[in-house]
Design a protein around this ligand. Structure first.
Ligand SMILES: [Zn+2]
Length: 445
């Protein structure tokens, strides 16, 4: 199923404008910079974009950004015209976060792709126990990167609030309405997703479904099409009980993403598998991804991109707590640390990290997305499952959280973006902070 952008025209021409979804004309002086791609740093906020080195007007300084070479550029409010002048393109900075193009500004910490291929070629030969020990040793050796922050990165939240502040200045308003992130007056959203790694994992899937259903929750189970025997009876049962089946690749390896040609050649198979499983959502095996290619997936949504995940074979992060568009595809970043990361790699013995992250995302009105696995070694183990149950309890007792299926969330994100307002749309407020340069985001009453 290919989603057509003709069907619904977007509210804003810019991606950042689509995230804020304010129905007000913008009058900002923001354009591509004349410098090379660079970090721009203000306090502990850093963004990646081409700085505008020339043309700054005289006026009141809103924020000063430091460049790695020691020079600075500033956002200026032109006193005569009351038009903020931004020393970089706001949309470019946003896209460089969510597309992970910021990697261009870092020394590569990710395994090079030839190493990944070698790893996957050898993986079936290495006992799982040894793989995990190697991963633990690797994790001890690396320090968590400075950027993106883990487990919570504030970058896009800051950029959005900065953009909203500049918009208010330009409109000469103290506050303005914008389309709230979630339907009605839900404060934040939460979705549960599982990647099924093995036939044994699929056999155990209904047990997780039981835990969720008892608490009024539903989730998606992402299946690998050609990797292990698939019990169609389990898929049918899950669907009938209101759970969602998604696609976790054709094979659980790197083969989909070796080259763009190989990727495109496999798309008909992806489409056929999705049709067979009645799936509209995708998560890439081991979250391998190439941002631009994801937009070509013949599906409604993808959830392969982390918010911030430095401990995967392909570390990185979109730095955002909200879905975004890649072409017509809705990308929904997973925002909680994975079960494997917390309980196996880091050896955590409580659900504390998850619960703290839920609080942090809810207070920022973002998307809580948990990625876990029903398989042995993951939530198939009783101890780890107990931590998951704690998370489910915490989610179930929060009526202020919207808890749809992932596919319903993707549909919502499209409706919110359409020119015609949806029935369940409500409006939040952006409000100028006194000292700036940020606006607050206020939920509908
Ligand atoms: Zn997987």
């Amino acid at each position: 199923m290919k989603i057509s952008s003709e069907a619904s025209k977007a509210l804003s021409p810019t991606q950042l404008g689509r995230l804020l979804a304010a129905e007000t004309e913008l009058d900002l002086e923001s354009g591509p910079g004349d410098g090379a791609d660079s970090w721009l740093i203000a306090g502990d906020w850093r963004l990646y974009a081409r700085p505008r080195l020339a043309g700054a007007p005289a006026g009141k300084e809103l924020e000063r950004f430091h460049l790695p070479d020691g020079s600075t550029v500033a956002a200026i409010l032109d006193e005569d015209q009351s038009r903020p002048w931004i020393p970089f393109d706001l949309d470019e900075a946003y896209l460089n976060y969510v597309s992970e193009a910021w990697r261009g500004g870092l020394a590569p910490q990710s395994l090079a792709s030839w190493k990944l291929r070698a790893y996957y070629a050898a993986k079936p030969l290495i006992p799982r126990r040894v793989q995990i020990a190697a991963r633990r040793a690797y994790t001890k050796r690396i320090r968590l990167p400075e950027f993106p922050a883990w487990p919570l990165d504030e970058s896009v939240t800051r950029l959005l609030r900065f953009y909203a502040y500049c918009l208010l200045l330009a409109a000469d308003e103290e506050s303005l309405e914008f389309r709230w992130f979630w339907p009605a007056n839900f404060r934040a959203a939460a979705i549960l997703t599982h990647d099924v790694e093995s036939a044994e994992g699929l056999r155990l899937a209904p047990e997780l479904a039981d835990l969720e259903e008892e608490r009024g929750l539903r989730s998606s189970f992402n299946i690998v099409a050609n990797w292990y025997p698939i019990d169609e009876g389990v898929l049918r049962e899950l669907r009938e009980r209101g759970f969602e089946i998604g696609l976790h690749g054709l094979r659980h390896d790197y083969s989909l993403f070796t080259t763009h040609d190989a990727f495109q050649r496999q798309l008909p198979q992806v489409e056929a598998a999705a049709r067979a499983f009645e799936a509209v959502g995708f998560r890439s095996p081991s979250t391998h991804r190439v941002h631009d290619w994801l937009g070509e997936l013949p599906l409604s949504y993808d959830c392969s991109v982390p918010h911030s995940d430095p401990l995967e074979p392909m570390p990185g992060g979109s730095c955002t707590l909200w879905p975004f568009f890649i072409g017509d595809l809705v990308e929904m970043p997973y925002t909680l640390p994975q079960d494997h990361t917390l309980f196996t790699v880091l050896g955590r013995k409580t659900a504390e990290d998850w619960l703290k992250q839920v609080d942090a995302i809810e207070s920022r009105n973002g998307l809580i997305q948990c990625l876990s696995h029903p398989d042995p070694g993951y939530l198939g183990d009783p101890g780890k499952r107990a931590f998951y149950t704690e998370l489910l309890d915490a989610l179930a007792e929060r009526p202020q959280l919207w808890k749809p299926l992932p596919r319903e969330l993707a549909d919502w994100w499209r409706r919110r973006d359409a020119v015609e307002p949806a029935d369940d749309l409500s409006y939040g407020l952006i409000r100028r902070e006194d000292d700036g340069p940020f606006a607050t985001l206020e939920a509908p009453a």
